[in-house]
Design a binder for this molecule. Structure first.
Ligand SMILES: Nc1nc2c(c(=O)[nH]1)N[C@H]1C(S)=C(S)[C@@H](COP(=O)(O)OP(=O)(O)OC[C@H]3O[C@@H](n4cnc5c(=O)[nH]c(N)nc54)[C@H](O)[C@@H]3O)O[C@H]1N2
Ligand SMILES: Nc1nc2c(c(=O)[nH]1)N[C@H]1C(S)=C(S)[C@@H](COP(=O)(O)OP(=O)(O)OC[C@H]3O[C@@H](n4cnc5c(=O)[nH]c(N)nc54)[C@H](O)[C@@H]3O)O[C@H]1N2
Ligand code: SF4
Ligand SMILES: [Mo]
Length: 702
């Protein structure tokens, strides 16, 4: 390999596909080429990864700080002026209303180093408890359920390479054919090896096309579905009694709850027929090993934690967790969706996946940070609650790595809250819809221009490397935090605790995470480069032989991470979605993704090739609904909920249930799906119900 080629990883989703970058002669642009040595994708990329360099070009990205002028426009300014204004804005809020009136909102796309620095900055420099991040909208329900049942939450407790060798996979509310295309190979290989794939999705997606069995429940009823399957497993005598006795606790209560969910009752709630339920049980229970994998479908519900718990119960009752080639896993979403939730940008968390309320955790981290444990604030609000408090309790906000004007539930209300802030500072690579509302916009470097680590959906920590020189005028997020610490710390020289070199930050993160559940202390940049990634937990080893801990690709094989080593059954019962359809709003809306756009679209809507493939929003609906409405293919339909109204062209298909419409959420403006969504929160994870709310459809006459 010529030394101008830099092996690195894609900036987008949690698969973190490996790719090679070759800089152009002037060092400003890069070309993507295949990197076959990275095992997760073996060189394959989706269109987003392949076209990612387009967002590096100065035509679409920010290259100068912007400040709000007297006249109200955003105008270019020097870094000195911009940083001074941010420090001034936060300082004024703090002086007038107290530390908790300054909020911080982060993102699961930020590297581990950035997430760590941001969390430390909030607690040490700003002294605020009010920090959370967009991962709350992503996998928080699975994290909460995994923590309860297994004592530890890591997206997948095994590498993807185990999937083709198991006997059956139930994929619940996950559409990897569109959301992680190179991963589809694992499921097709599973079937080539004689295993079976069950897909649970209200839509017959491109992923469901590959399934041996497709169950299409009514949105928001996965909890009942899992309980119905468990009922049948018990009734048919398919539980693994020895495993339940030796490796779990709490079975009796869970068994009783499942027995109350008769298959016929479950059929009525979910729309999945009893013979289909029986077939799913047969496919899942007959092979030696099996897996359940969930994604946003069952998780983004106001009962997401219980729903994931019910699917975990299914694994525990049949002895399919903590054994080779068996287990429950959550497919995380964002590039650093896993690492981003481990190092302290979450409202209740300290680095190493420690709890902010645990006195021992506070003492450990405070020592690494050189502060008094009592000076660390307690847990703050969750993401939606934080956004809802903007302009009232929270008067100033620092936003890094999210675009909530498009991606938050009840987005018109969130937008209005953001507009009511006294002061908003946004760090971004492009002028997103949210950045456009800021008082100060700070332009930052991106993936190919900076080094840092991410943790993929398997819990594999990876090194993203700098391949090119960033344009003049941009700085890294780490530099922004450093400079703000200097300005807000006064005489205290706090900036010393916020190095701008990512490896220096990682060295501190190692110490802060040491001994915690997500222990990175045995991981170094050098190892990451040499070993193509290392799975956490990876404590600093005292092994006299090798001196290094090998990392932990597979969790729970000997014991679960609970006090007694046993997994916990979670007794759950079905309950309805927060907003059931009625006469006024008779249809269900669910939301999700398409392959060519990423999240709020801030990055991918700036790439021509992706826009050509997915130019705008649409409403997917069944021909029966379309007929009743008098809507034709491609004509605009209005979707109205209690939160607002959105308009987008109809896409008519028999691949969706007739009681449900689907909208992707990647666009702003009239077709913004989140104008409609319901911010009803899960009581444990505080996840909003993105996947089910009541709407009515209206024809739009030109
Ligand atoms: N192209 C693309 N890829 C991405 C992203 C992107 O924005 N675009 N984002 C990344 C991120 S952050 C994430 S979190 C992942 C998300 O990855 P996925 O979870 O695969 O994506 P979604 O489309 O949100 O939801 C998956 C499926 O859930 C179904 N669904 C809706 N309601 C229900 C329900 O009530 N029950 C069940 N069982 N299923 C339901 C939808 O029909 C959809 O097909 O994708 C990552 N990859
Ligand atoms: N209706 C509906 N809504 C949803 C979902 C759904 O399924 N349905 N899914 C939810 C989920 S799972 C997620 S993860 C969220 C995601 O939604 P958002 O949080 O809005 O995520 P992105 O669009 O990825 O926003 C990331 C922003 O950070 C910028 N950025 C990228 N890299 C960097 C960096 O290194 N530093 C800085 N400072 N900025 C950077 C990007 O340009 C972009 O503006 O949406 C949620 N919203
Ligand atoms: S699947 Fe995800 S990580 Fe891989 S190229 Fe596409 S967006 Fe990037
Ligand atoms: Mo996500």
């Amino acid at each position: 390999m010529p030394d101008t080629v830099t092996p690195t990883h894609c900036p987008y989703c949690a698969l973190q596909c490996g790719m090679n970058l070759t800089p152009s002669p002037d060092g400003r642009a890069v070309e993507v080429s295949e990197r076959a040595d990275f095992p997760v994708n073996r060189g394959a990329l989706c269109g987003k990864g392949r076209t990612a360099p387009a967002v590096l070009s100065s035509g679409v990205r920010l290259t100068s700080p912007l400040v709000r002028s007297e006249g109200g426009a955003l105008v270019p300014a020097s870094w000195e002026e911009a940083l001074g204004r941010v420090a001034g804005g936060f300082g004024r809020t703090r002086a007038e209303y107290g530390a908790d009136a300054v909020g911080v909102f982060g993102g699961g796309g930020l590297t581990n180093e950035k997430a760590y620095s941001l969390g430390k900055f909030a607690r040490v420099v700003l002294g605020t408890s009010q920090i959370d991040y967009n991962g709350r909208f992503c996998m928080s329900s699975a994290a909460a359920a995994g923590g309860k049942a297994f004592g530890l939450d890591r997206g997948l407790p095994f590498p993807l390479e185990d999937i083709p060798r198991t006997g059956c996979v139930i994929l619940v509310g996950s559409n990897p054919a569109e959301t992680m295309p190179p991963s589809l190979r694992y499921f097709t290989e599973l079937r080539e090896n004689g295993g079976t794939l069950i897909v649970v999705d209200p839509r017959r997606t491109r992923t469901a096309e590959h399934a041996d069995l497709h169950l299409a429940p009514r949105p928001g009823t996965d909890l009942a579905l899992a309980l119905g399957l468990l009922h049948l497993i018990v009734a048919e005598g398919r539980t693994d009694e020895a495993y339940v006795r030796e490796r779990t606790a709490g079975w009796e209560e869970t068994r009783a709850a499942a027995m109350a969910h008769w298959p016929e009752y479950v059929e009525r709630i979910t729309g999945v027929s009893v013979p289909e339920l029986r077939e799913a049980v047969r496919l899942f229970c007959e092979p030696e090993a099996a897996m359940v994998l969930t994604a946003r479908g069952p998780e983004q519900q106001s009962k997401g934690t219980d729903t994931v718990g019910a699917w975990i119960n299914l694994c525990l009752a049949t002895g399919r967790a903590g054994r080779p080639l068996s287990g429950y896993g959550c497919l995380t979403g964002q590039g650093n969706g896993q690492g981003g939730r481990e190092h302290g940008q979450k409202a209740d968390q300290l680095p190493g996946y420690r709890k902010l309320t645990d006195p021992a955790a506070r003492a450990h981290v405070a020592e690494v940070w050189g502060v008094d444990p009592d000076s660390l604030p307690g847990p703050g609000r969750s993401a939606y609650e934080l956004l809802d408090a903007l302009g009232t309790d929270i008067r100033s906000l620092l936003l890094m790595g999210s675009n909530p004007v498009v991606s938050a539930p009840r987005a018109a209300h969130v937008e209005e809250r953001i507009r009511s802030l006294d002061f908003l500072a946004v760090c971004d690579v492009v002028l997103s819809e949210t950045a456009a509302l800021a008082d100060v916009v700070l332009p930052v470097t991106q993936w190919a221009e900076e080094t840092g680590t991410t943790t993929n959906l398997e819990g594999r920590v990876l090194l993203r490397r700098r391949a090119i020189t960033p344009p003049a005028g941009v700085r890294s997020d780490l530099e922004v935090v450093h400079e703000l610490a200097a300005r807000l710390g006064g005489e205290r020289n706090l900036e010393k605790g916020f190095p701008t070199d990512p490896e220096e930050v990682f060295e501190e993160l190692r110490r802060a995470s040491a001994g915690g559940p997500a222990d990175y202390s045995g991981i170094t940049y050098r190892r990451l480069a040499e070993e193509n990634g290392v799975f956490w937990p990876c404590p600093a080893s005292e092994d006299p032989g090798t001196g290094v801990h090998p990392g932990t690709p597979r969790l729970f094989l000997d014991r679960f991470a609970t006090g007694d080593g046993r997994a916990r059954f979670v007794p759950v019962a079905h309950r309805a979605i927060a907003e059931e359809p009625d006469d006024e709003y008779p249809v269900l809306l669910t939301t999700g993704r398409v392959v060519a756009q990423y999240q709020s679209g801030a990055q991918t809507r700036r790439v021509d090739e992706l826009n050509a493939a997915a130019p705008g929003p649409f409403v997917e609906l069944h021909p029966r609904l379309a007929e009743r409405l008098g809507a034709a293919e491609g004509e605009p339909v209005a979707v109205v909920s209690r939160r607002g109204r959105a308009v987008a062209p109809a896409r008519i298909t028999t691949a969706i249930r007739a009681d449900t419409v689907f909208m992707p959420f990647h666009w702003a403006g009239e077709g913004r799906a989140n104008t409609l969504t319901n911010p009803a929160l899960d009581p444990t994870s505080r996840m909003p119900e993105f996947k089910a709310c009541a709407v009515r459809l209206e024809a739009v006459r030109p």
